[in-house]
Design a protein around this ligand. Structure first.
Ligand code: ATP
Length: 347
């Protein structure tokens, strides 16, 4: 049985006579132990989808099943109980500013009726897990963004959830802190077997820790599958666009630079090549240039971490000659490189 199943989920908002279809017939399956990414541009419907997963938002149509249980069939009381299995963290941490770190973590436990002493013991254990054992008396205002998110993670884990929903949990953090929080999430997934769902607009977050991904565009699911497959062979325009906007060094979108890059290569025939870290792609390209006696433009060449594996990525601009383009593409394919054309216009 799958951990989470979303079936024909539609969510419509009515606001001041306006009819907004935030989600349209979404179907996806998340298995226990997955780190599942949901990615899309601003307004795509990601937050609405994640809020439907724990019924903070009721779907207009369709079903959400957690371990086979249809949330739509539960009473409010049963739903509250079910929600204790589904914890959530947010972009802006949502800590209680007037409570210190340990009280923030104890808070949900005490609401559940856990005694003060037991709650404190559990909270101290969790502070160790998130690497903040020396901060139990600090107030949120005295912590960095990364530390605040660690407290929020400890608080989320307090109720022993099976599922952790992360809504843009690293979007307010710098790249280094983002990397350390992603590392922590991965550790939590492995150590406690918690299924993690990550909502993000950053492809770098997806390829760093997710095993599966769903791409949402204007409320519809346009592509889903293994991260490695989608990174190597994106099928939808949205996936290609997100991959092209993914900055290798910092994990931050550099839209200005990407737009400038795309301007420069607009009109050219562009090929994107993905290869494993060990592939000897350099001699292949050098030999191709020698063979055809014509240079190619290398618009981008870098290495990205896809689920812990180094993947090389290169964008080549081929010469104008149509025959040469066909021959070169064939040459690359024959030499074992995965090649795909970059066709979409990027704003
Ligand atoms: N409560 C609401 N009432 C009316 N419209 C809403 C409501 N919540 C979301 N929407 C609309 O639904 C669409 C999807 O919004 P949502 O917040 O889910 O997108 P998102 O992908 O999370 O965007 P972002 O990355 O900017 O947070 C948007 O058009 C939004 O305006």
């Amino acid at each position: 049985m799958s951990e989470i199943e979303v079936k024909h989920l539609t969510k419509t908002f009515e606001q001041k006579g306006l009819h907004v279809e935030a989600l349209k017939d979404i179907n996806l399956t998340i298995e226990a132990g997955d780190i599942y990414g949901i990615i899309g541009m601003s307004g795509a419907g990601k937050s609405t989808l994640v809020r439907c997963l724990n019924y903070l938002e009721r779907p207009t149509e369709g079903q959400v099943l957690i371990e086979g249980k249809d949330l739509g069939n539960l009473s409010e009381k049963e739903l509250r109980k079910q929600r204790s299995d589904i914890a959530m963290i947010f972009q802006h941490f949502n800590l209680l500013m007037q409570k210190n770190v340990i009280d923030n973590i104890c808070f949900p436990l005490q609401i559940q009726g856990v005694g003060k002493k037991e709650a404190k013991e559990k909270a101290r254990e969790l502070l160790k897990t998130v690497g903040l054992e020396d901060k139990e008396k600090a107030y949120p205002a005295q912590l960095s963004g990364g530390q605040k998110q660690r407290v929020a993670i400890a608080r989320a884990l307090a109720s022993n959830p099976k599922i952790l929903l992360c809504d843009e949990a690293t979007s307010a953090l710098d790249p280094q802190t983002t990397a350390s929080i992603l590392e922590l999430l991965k550790h939590i997934n492995e150590e406690f077997g918690i299924t993690i769902v990550i909502i993000t607009h950053q492809m770098s977050v997806i390829r760093e820790i997710c095993n599966r991904v769903a791409i949402i565009e204007r409320g519809a699911l346009v592509e889903n599958g293994l991260v490695e497959d989608i990174f190597s062979h994106p099928k939808s325009r949205a996936a290609r666009e997100l991959i092209l906007k993914d900055s290798p060094e910092t994990g931050i979108r550099r839209e200005g630079r990407t737009a400038a890059l795309m301007d420069r290569i607009q009109g050219d025939r562009k090929l994107r090549i993905v290869f494993s870290g060990q592939s000897a792609f350099e001699p292949v390209i050098a030999n191709m240039i020698l063979k055809f006696g014509t240079p190619v433009n290398i618009w981008r060449a870098d290495t990205k971490n896809v689920g812990g594996v180094a993947k090389g990525e290169m964008i080549l601009g081929l010469p104008d000659d149509r025959h040469l383009q066909v021959d070169m593409e064939q040459y690359l394919t024959e030499h074992g490189l995965a090649v795909e054309e970059v066709t979409e216009d990027v704003e």
